[in-house]
Design a protein around this ligand. Structure first.
Ligand code: SF4
Length: 576
C-alpha cells in the first residue's frame, strides 16, 4: 500500500507551546505544590495519560484548582474564570495560544464599543466558551449558514469571527450571507493559518489517494473537522485514535491511502498508524516493510553511529596525512557507540515520551545494550592505556563528560533551589556537544601522540569533522523536533525553531564547503578535502528533502543521513 502522509499532520504551534509550558512547569516544581490543567490540555487521551503519570491532573471543576499551579490551555478561558481562579489562590501559567488570544482581544475591543459578536464555531467547545466570555453578554454562536436568518436584523454594530479551527467552507458560506444581511458588519476570518493549511492539504490529497485516514482524538474538534473535509471530497474517510482502530482487512482494499492528523496528535501516533498501513498487503509491499523494519532496528541499535565513528578516523588520517592505527579507529567507535547508547538509558523518560517505539526496543534489549556499552567503554579505556597515558587521560575525560551529560549534577547547597542540573538542560547543548565529542574521539585522540608536531593539520581536521557531525546532528534533530519539544530544549531546533535551524544548517554547509576548498590551498590538509565535498552536497540535498518529506523520523531518511559519514570514511580508506 502506498501511504502519503500530510506535511501538516501533527501538533500545531499552539499545542506544542502549551505542552512545553506544562512540561517546563514539571521540571521546576515548588515545594508542596500541585500542578493541574484547567480542562484537558489537549484532546488526546494518550498524551493526557502521560501527563497524568507525571502528576499533572486535568481538572474540570474550577473549585478543584484552588491553591494549585494551573495551566491555562491553548484554547483559553473566559475572563470571569480567570478572575475566579485568582480568587481561589491559584497561580496561573497562561498557555493560551497567541492566535486565540488575538481573537479574544478583538472581541473585547469591539464589545467595549457596543458591538454584538457572532462566533462561527461549536458552542460547547472550550475555545468558543472562552471567546464568549469577552462579548459582554452580546455574543451568539452559529455554525450553519441558515442560522444567519435567525439573527436580529436591527443590529448596527456587529462583529463576525470564527473559532480558530473552524471549517473554512462553512465560514465562507456564513460570511457571504452575513455580508448581505449586515453590509456594515466587521468581519474577521480568524481561522488559524495552521488549520487552513491542514484542511487545504487534505483537500489536495483527496484527489491523489483512494482513502484518507485522519489520526486524532474522537473529541478533538479540529480532527473531526479534518475528517469532515475529507468526507466532503467524497473519499472514504477513517477517523482513528490509534492504529488499533484500523480494520486491516478493510484497508487492504486500497492501494493508496493518505494520512493526516489533528493539531493535538503526537508524531509517534501518526507513525504507528503509518507503520500498520504500510504492513498491509505484504504480498506486494512486504519487501519495503521489511527493509524499513531492518533499517529501523539498525538505527535504534546505533549500528550506523558506531560504523561512522569507526571510519571517521580514516578521514582525519586522509586529511592530515599522518597515519593512525586500526585500534585507534576501534577506540573511537567503542567510545561513541557507548556514549550514545548509555545516554539513551540515562534519559529514559525523554525517550519514552519522544519515541515509544525506540523506548520499547531499548527496554527489550536493556541488559544486552547496557552490557555491551559498559564493555565498550572498558575496552576503549584499555586500548587507550596501551596507546599512552595522555590518550588514556583524554579518553577518561571524554567518558566522564559523556556519562555526565544526562545525569543530574548536584549543586552546592546554597544553589539547591535551582534543582539538580544536567548538562543536557543547557539549551541547544546536544547539537553542539555531540560534534565536539565525536571530533575529539575520531581526530584528537588518534593524533594525540604527535599533536604538537602536526597541530595545525589536526586542528583543521577536527574542525572539518566537527562541522560534518554538527550538520548530521542538526538534521537528525530537525527530524525529531516534535518529540523533543515534549521534553526539553537540548536541541538547536527546539531552541531556535525549524526555520532558523534550517538557515543555521545552510550557513554551516557554506562554511564547511569553504573550509574544504581552502584546506589544501592553505597547506592545512591534503587534497582529500576535495573528496569530502560530495558529502556537503548530500547534506544540502537532505536539508531540501526534509521540507518535502512528509513524515518525520523515517528510518530510511535517518539511514541516509548517517550514511554520509560512513561514505566519507570508506572513501578515506580507499584514499589512504
Ligand atoms: S490551531 Fe492555531 S489557533 Fe488553535 S491552538 Fe493551534 S496554532 Fe493556536
Amino acid at each position: 500500500m502506498k501511504v502519503t502522509v500530510a506535511r501538516t499532520a501533527g501538533f500545531c504551534r499552539g499545542v506544542r507551546d502549551a505542552l512545553d509550558v506544562t512540561l517546563e512547569a514539571i521540571k521546576s516544581p515548588q515545594v508542596g505544590e500541585s500542578i493541574c490543567t484547567f480542562g484537558p490540555l489537549i484532546h488526546n487521551r494518550q498524551v493526557l495519560a502521560m501527563l497524568e503519570e507525571k502528576g499533572i491532573s486535568a481538572e474540570d471543576q474550577i473549585e478543584n484548582c484552588a491553591g494549585k499551579r494551573v495551566v491555562i490551555r491553548a484554547h483559553g478561558i473566559p475572563p470571569q474564570e480567570r478572575k475566579k481562579l485568582r480568587q481561589l489562590g491559584a497561580s496561573l501559567l497562561d498557555a493560551t495560544c497567541k492566535r486565540v488570544a488575538r481573537v479574544q482581544a478583538a472581541i473585547k475591543r469591539h464589545a467595549r464599543k457596543g458591538f454584538y459578536t457572532v462566533i462561527v464555531g461549536d458552542a460547547d467547545h472550550a475555545e468558543v466558551i472562552g471567546l464568549m466570555g469577552y462579548t459582554e453578554g452580546r455574543g451568539v454562536v452559529i455554525n450553519r449558514p441558515e442560522q444567519v436568518d435567525e439573527l436580529p436584523a436591527d443590529w448596527d454594530n456587529v462583529l463576525l469571527v470564527a473559532q480558530t479551527t473552524q471549517n473554512e467552507e462553512i465560514f465562507r458560506a456564513i460570511q457571504e450571507k452575513f455580508r448581505r444581511k449586515y453590509p456594515n458588519a466587521m468581519i474577521k476570518n480568524t481561522i488559524c493559518g495552521s488549520t487552513h493549511e491542514r484542511q487545504s492539504e487534505v483537500r489536495e490529497m483527496c484527489s491523489q489517494v483512494e482513502a484518507i485516514v485522519i489520526v486524532g482524538g474522537y473529541h478533538s474538534g479540529n480532527t473531526i473537522r479534518l475528517a469532515e473535509v475529507a468526507k466532503e471530497c467524497k473519499v472514504p474517510t477513517y477517523h482513528v485514535e490509534t492504529e488499533a482502530d484500523l480494520d486491516a482487512q478493510e484497508m487492504a482494499h486500497y492501494s493508496s491511502v493518505g494520512v493526516s492528523a489533528g493539531a493535538s496528535t503526537p508524531n509517534w501516533m501518526i507513525r504507528n498508524v503509518v507503520r500498520l498501513l504500510e504492513s498491509i498487503q505484504p504480498e506486494r509491499n512486504g519487501t519495503k516493510y521489511r527493509i524499513n523494519r531492518t533499517l529501523e532496528q539498525l538505527v535504534y541499535s546505533n549500528a550506523f553511529v558506531a560504523l561512522g565513528a569507526a571510519l571517521l578516523p580514516s578521514a582525519g588520517q586522509a586529511l592530515t596525512g599522518f597515519s593512525i592505527s586500526f585500534s585507534q579507529c576501534l577506540m573511537a567507535a567503542f567510545y561513541v557507540f557507548a556514549m550514545h547508547t548509555l545516554n539513551l538509558y540515562l534519559d529514559r523518560d525523554a525517550m519514552r515520551l519522544n519515541d515509544p517505539g525506540r523506548a520499547a526496543f531499548y527496554q527489550h534489549w536493556k541488559g544486552t545494550f547496557t552490557g555491551i556499552s559498559i564493555a565498550a567503554v572498558a575496552v576503549s579505556l584499555w586500548m587507550a592505556v596501551n596507546t599512552g597515558i595522555l590518550t588514556f587521560l583524554a579518553l577518561g575525560l571524554l567518558v566522564l563528560f559523556g556519562v555526565l551529560y544526562a545525569v543530574p549534577v548536584f549543586l552546592p547547597s546554597y544553589w539547591q533551589n535551582l534543582s539538580a542540573l544536567k548538562i543536557k538542560d543547557i539549551p541547544g547543548s546536544k547539537t553542539f556537544f555531540v560534534p565536539i565529542a565525536w571530533a575529539s574521539a575520531t581526530v584528537i585522540l588518534p593524533h594525540l601522540a604527535r599533536f604538537w608536531g602536526g597541530f595545525k593539520e589536526a586542528l583543521y581536521a577536527f574542525w572539518i569533522i566537527a562541522l560534518f557531525v554538527l550538520i548530521r546532528t542538526a538534521l537528525l534533530d530537525l527530524l525529531a523536533v516534535q518529540g523533543d519539544r515534549l521534553v526539553g530544549k537540548e536541541t538547536i531546533v527546539v531552541l531556535l525553531g525549524e526555520n532558523k535551524t534550517t538557515h543555521f544548517i545552510s550557513a554551516i554547509l557554506v562554511v564547511l564547503a569553504a573550509s574544504l576548498l581552502l584546506g589544501p590551498v592553505s597547506g592545512l590538509s591534503t587534497r582529500f578535502a576535495y573528496l569530502m565535498l560530495p558529502g556537503v552536497v548530500a547534506y544540502g540535498w537532505f536539508l531540501r528533502m526534509s521540507f518535502q518529506k512528509p513524515l518525520k523520523e523515517d528510518p530510511i531518511f535517518e539511514t541516509m543521513i548517517e550514511s554520509v559519514l560512513i561514505g566519507i570514511g570508506i572513501v578515506a580508506l580507499l584514499w589512504s
